[in-house]
Design a protein around this ligand. Structure first.
Ligand code: FES
Length: 151
């Protein structure tokens, strides 16, 4: 592990639960890794998982997707749609050779400021262990090469 490595982690969070939870982390003065940049969505159901590919191809080392707990979604079922899409999409990413251990999918409620800090810190530690994601382009190029398409 390179101790100078500062990972670039992007967190896609829903407005109603995780964003409020992250806000609570701040107002509770709980310290957590500054390696994460938060992008707020109305709901995790709104997240297009192609966005994850774009994020990795733009140089992110890790991603967090977090929203309301099951049955707590502000829009009733957006988080269930997100979970279903993630289960399908991660299989495709894995097939493409993308390191899916760099993507954390979780639930954090508005009352879980401490949990948000734990999720971010654990993800930052994991990404530091893994190092910079320099193999993304390699994985994409290999996918387009012949043998995976011919088999
Ligand atoms: Fe939070 Fe839907 S509003 S996941």
């Amino acid at each position: 592990m390179n101790s100078d490595f500062k990972p670039k982690i992007v967190a896609f969070v829903c407005n109603w639960c995780t964003y409020a939870g992250a806000d609570l982390t701040g107002t509770s003065r709980i310290k957590y890794s500054s390696d994460v940049k938060i992008i707020r969505f109305p709901c995790t159901g709104r997240i297009d998982f192609m966005l994850l590919l774009k994020t990795l191809s733009s140089g992110a080392d890790g991603i967090i997707v977090s929203g309301c707990h099951p049955n707590d979604c502000h829009y009733t079922s957006g988080n269930f749609h997100a979970r279903r899409r993630w289960i399908t999409f991660r299989t495709i990413l894995d097939f493409m050779g993308i390191d899916i251990s760099r993507i954390t999918f979780t639930w954090v409620s508005a009352a879980e400021g401490a949990k948000w800090a734990d999720v971010v810190n654990a993800t930052a530690e994991k990404i530091k262990e893994l190092g910079p994601y320099v193999n993304y382009q390699e994985a994409i190029n290999e996918t387009w090469e012949d043998e995976k398409w011919e088999s």
